[in-house]
Design a protein around this ligand. Structure first.
Ligand SMILES: [Zn+2]
Length: 215
């Protein structure tokens, strides 16, 4: 059973969605591509066209991301919003998920979700937010990817995992050096479910929300 890592910055790992720039260097891998909110600039529209062409030609692009909003470290917020809307539309058109980076900006995400007619399936990566926010998000096609915070049993992430609908759950290593197995292991202890069961569930979850399947 493969323990999929839904978001990592480490290249060359199996069963992983590696964050990449185009053209992706890892020819055998699967990856996500997108314009991160830290580096949206005035050329974003052109870059977005390049991303669309590349993603259409390359079935190895499993997700658009990480994209989103960041009020602490990002570019001008209007640019971030416009780039996000365009990339959300792109993910929806390709019928693949969007991997979300969202820092101090959940109001922007909620406003988008309330107004969007066809939002893509959105995976909030590195989830460690307050339980109230998780509740507000559940009516929308939002999924939660849990990473290193699960290693702390008192974290918001660990508490949310306990109550989160199991079909909304993913796991990731992000920019850490951790092995994905250690995240599955932590989740297994929290949920009292075997790692194999969680690995299976993640594959089912992914395939339910994406046209580009994993196994
Ligand atoms: Zn990341």
């Amino acid at each position: 059973m493969n323990c999929w890592d839904i978001h990592t910055h480490q290249a060359g790992r199996n069963h992983s969605i590696t964050q990449a720039q185009i053209p992706a260097k890892d020819e055998d891998g699967t990856y996500s591509i997108g314009i991160h909110p830290w580096r949206v600039d005035l050329g974003w529209e052109e870059e977005c066209i390049g991303i669309e062409e590349y993603a259409q030609r390359n079935e190895q692009v499993l997700a658009i991301g990480e994209v989103g909003f960041d009020r602490l470290k990002g570019s001008d917020i209007l640019l971030q919003k416009n780039a996000f809307f365009a990339q959300a539309n792109l993910a929806a058109r390709l019928e693949i998920p969007l991997i979300l980076h969202c820092v101090k900006s959940h109001d922007l995400l909620l406003a988008y979700l309330k107004s969007a007619t066809y939002p893509p399936n959105i995976i909030w990566h590195g989830w460690n937010q307050k339980p109230e926010l998780a509740k507000q998000l559940l009516p929308f096609p939002i999924f939660f990817s849990f990473g290193k915070h699960l290693l702390h049993p008192e974290s918001n992430a660990a508490k949310h995992l306990e109550v989160c609908p199991i079909d909304r759950v993913f796991f990731e290593t992000d920019d850490s050096e951790l092995k994905i197995e250690s995240i599955y292991q932590a989740a297994s202890l929290i949920l009292q479910l075997p790692v194999t069961r969680l690995a299976e569930q993640v594959i089912v979850n992914w395939n339910a929300i994406s046209k580009r399947k994993i196994s």
